[in-house]
Design a protein around this ligand. Structure first.
Ligand code: TXE
Length: 480
């Protein structure tokens, strides 16, 4: 299976004929090749985008919206094929790809197809000086979108849909670890009538292809989701070139459980917020803090529920936890489990690799629960990004709030309580971009999405994304 770049509506091989292997993590085997595109390929993609820009940015909103809706519909029509491709490429359960990843990719296009028809800008009358200001929101030009491997099509479309809805043309790069569904979207765009060059997809390593995108002098904005270290590198490169930047980075999210919560709902949701997508979601609640009075009960019930999760091939219908995305990532996650004891932790469930029948070389790991005694250990401070959570008890609101905030990340937090005053006070004081109260991962696409501190800069979602992908220009008119 050879993946090619999608440039100017055509599928083409990389100019220098460099290729890299693409793995199926559920069996640990190479199943295809993808281009390792160089700056020459990125330049070619840029040229196609630049050429398409004048027409696309002047295409009526109704027409842009119609094309985006076509793309959304075609993604839904191809649900099974796309979900299969995602499960094979990423290792995630097919059932999850069918229920979440692919429907959400379709919703991303549908949402921004509609949002762009409702987007408006401001006007300010300068009373007393006979002046009127209005804000023109214009398409930026050619923008770069770089996405990660954990939710491949879901996060790729979360960027390209608002970018093209706002009239920009795009040079996009999916993760080299999971390129397949981004490749398939090219054909869908052609079928849906997206004009040539509006979306261009180049494949390859971050250090070659990604680097060429962020360094390209004429790509004016970069929307990136991925690791915090990569985000810092991109900021260092792009900031002196004054590119617009949106960075969605890592998380180390607290899941704060008070004794007055709806216990059954909390328990079921906490299993999900810990291990969905093998714990490879930046929003997973990887630090669980439980009020002392229910700690032992929670520990017993949580272990029992987690023990019921079936780790297995992504393609079995009863699989809850599939394969990790790559051998390198499996090793990284295992390295945290290996230091659990010296960090003062105790593995109370899991911790071992699993051999799945007929899938022996796949990257399977038991969901793992580690009891820790301090929030200062590496397990609580560093992003593990796998099926590993820590838990510890707390006594007071002040103590748990301090621990929740005492971390370099600030993406999301989950709070379980029925107390309204506490809900409001925590919502105000938690240093995160998203607070979920008595729920997790409930997403309304109109809401701002993103993090504080080392979790990033800027917000995606709803009008925030359309604002990011447009340049505001104030026009001031004085009259007599
Ligand atoms: O991410 P990278 P990786 C975290 C998670 C994970 C770690 C590393 O902790 O273990 O990041 O994962 C591209 N210029 N998250 O290595 O490297 C790269 O090719 C331009 C959190 O996969 O950040 C890919 O397309 N681009 C996270 C994208 O950046 C570059 C999701 C992300 O890769 C580049 C994934 C460069 N110099 C990992 N180097 C989340 N927040 O959702 C790499 N890339």
């Amino acid at each position: 299976m050879t993946i090619k770049n999608y440039i100017n509506g055509e599928f083409i091989a990389p100019i220098k004929d460099n290729w890299i292997d693409n793995y199926n993590p559920s069996i640990g085997e190479v199943y295809g090749q993808i281009p390792n595109s160089t700056k020459e390929d990125v330049a070619k993609a840029y040229e196609a985008a630049e050429k398409a820009f004048p027409t696309w940015s002047n295409t009526t909103l109704a027409e842009r919206s119609r094309i985006l809706l076509n793309i959304a519909e075609k993604i839904s029509e191809k649900l099974d094929a796309l979900a299969n491709a995602e499960a094979k490429d990423n290792g995630k359960p097919l059932s999850l790809a069918k229920a979440i990843d692919i429907p959400r990719a379709s919703s991303n296009f549908e949402f921004f197809a509609n949002a762009i028809t409702q987007f408006s800008s401001e006007a300010h009358e300068t009373v007393g000086l006979n002046a009127m200001n209005f804000t023109l929101r214009q398409s930026i030009g050619v923008v770069g979108c770089i996405s990660p491997w954990n939710l491949p099509l879901y996060l790729f479309t979360w960027k390209i849909a608002p970018a093209i809805a706002a009239g920009n043309c795009v040079v996009a790069k999916p993760s080299e670890v999971t390129p397949m569904t981004a490749y398939l979207i090219g054909e869908i765009c052609n079928e849906a009538g997206l004009p040539k060059g509006v979306l261009n997809i180049v494949h390859g390593l971050g250090t070659t292809t990604g680097q060429a995108i962020i360094e390209h002098p004429k790509i004016k904005a970069i929307s990136f989701t991925g690791g915090t270290a990569t985000g810092a590198h991109i900021a260092r490169t792009a900031a002196p070139m004054f590119k617009k930047l949106s960075l969605e980075l890592g998380g180390k999210n607290p899941n704060i459980i008070f004794a007055d919560c709806d216990y059954d709902k909390m328990l079921v949701t906490t299993v999900r917020s810990s291990f969905a997508n093998q714990g490879q979601i930046c929003l997973c609640g990887s630090r669980i803090f439980v009020e002392e009075s229910i700690y032992e009960r929670f520990k017993k019930d949580f272990i029992k529920k987690v023990a019921e999760l079936k780790v297995g091939s992504p393609f079995e219908t009863d699989t809850n936890v599939g394969a990790l995305v790559s051998k390198a990532h499996l090793e990284k996650v295992k390295s945290y489990i290996a230091i659990a004891e010296e960090e003062g932790g105790k593995i109370v469930f899991g911790g071992e690799e699993i051999e799945v029948e007929n899938f022996e070389n796949g990257y399977y790991l038991q969901p793992t629960i580690i009891e820790v005694t301090s929030n200062q250990c590496k397990l609580n401070q560093e992003e593990i990004f796998g099926p590993v959570v820590t838990m510890m008890p707390f006594k007071t609101e002040a103590e748990v709030l301090e621990m929740a905030n005492d971390v370099r990340y600030g993406l999301s937090a989950t709070l379980w309580t029925q107390n309204l005053n506490r809900t409001m006070n925590f919502s105000k004081q938690l240093q995160v971009g998203i607070v979920w109260v008595n729920t997790w991962l409930l997403r309304d696409l109109r809401t701002p999405f993103g993090g504080m501190k080392a979790s990033g800069v800027g917000r995606e979602g709803g009008l925030e994304a359309l604002r990011f992908f447009t340049e505001p220009k104030n026009v001031c008119i004085q009259y007599n």
